[in-house]
Ligand binder design. Sequence first.
Ligand SMILES: Cc1ncc(COP(=O)(O)O)c(C=O)c1O
Length: 407
Amino acid sequence: MPFDPANFRSRFPSLTLEVQGHHAAFFDGPGGSQVPLSVIDAQRDYYLSRNANTHGQFATSRAADETVDEARAASAAFLGAQGPETISFGQNMTTLNFALSRAVGRTLEPGDEVIVTDLEHDANVAPWLSLEERGVVVRSCPVRLEDCTLDMDAMRALIGPKTRHVAIGYASNAVGTVNDVHRVIGWAHAANATVSVDAVHFAPHALIDVTALSCDFLLCSAYKFFGPHVGLLYSRPGALDELPTDRVRPQDPSPPTRIETGTLNHAALAGVTAAIQTIANVGEGDSLRQRISTAFAEIYPYEHRLARRLWQGLADITDLTLYGPPVGDALRAPTIAFRIKDAAPEDVARRLGDEGLFVWDGDFYAVTLIEKLGLSDKGGVVRVGMAPYILMDEVDRLLAAIRKIAK
Ligand SMILES: Cc1ncc(COP(=O)(O)O)c(C=O)c1O
């Protein structure tokens, strides 16, 4: 069955929103996606019949245990992980990444090196920079500004005998570049360094397979793929076992709880399971993993078609500059950044917002990239994000509105 956007949209009540007589079109997904009714219901049901703390000897507590277990199992299927014990949860990606960097940092010596990149969201930089106070040296792989791709020769050269950890994004939340993380993981492992992948921006758009990647850690955030605000951390079996994480003394020190602090947001975890099922329902197959995998085989090309139409339409507008790799055949997130000459991105976003076209402006915390592009004091860029609930008509509406502004 080919992907049916109308059917997919029907699950999301918020898509009926109107703004000043205009249908809202949600191109703001990279900042957080809309949520289907099933996710809202799952959280409501948790509070209605499953609400308790975990590990008690009574029905609601057992149900809370189940809720957590189901979310770990669904997340493991979502990421292609070896099992539910590889999945830890937290408040969001940033908080989990600080917990990870603190733990990894305790195993490092002054002079040890951590590699990040100039393409990152700061949530994948600041946690590693905080290790500089321990004498750890943080190096950053440069970006080729002409198409916002990583300079892989520079990355190859940066990874050396002093490298202990590489923190790399899977996809840029600002310009959509997908990095060849597979190659970087190979180089890092050959140098005996561990690798964490920030997959927050990649996860909503294409299939992740942590086993095939053989990364040590991977992080993502459910509110970017139709779920609630919960961060997910995958740790390769064994990777978390010895890490000196922050924890309270009675806490189970084995993975996945080894890096979890305090009581999790159980209701939100029920929502994470429902969000993953929303994606899986697009696909087919006997197992949850198969359904997720076949779902992305539909979602990715659909979003790519939307992005290609927008890219090609924008490329024809004089006085408009596009950033990032062209939308062609290469793997890419369907996220498009642009600027209109003489128009502040904030003003462009406001004018589009007034017509019910929701887009973001600014740097989206991809501060180094925007600085290197020379746009930090110019309001950054306008960012349009695709989602499976976006219609081609909405892309055309957006294009027409941008053309009007660029005139
Ligand atoms: C690529 C990327 N990494 C990390 C983050 C931070 O995620 P969280 O809000 O879950 O901390 C974001 C959020 O926008 C992001 O886009």
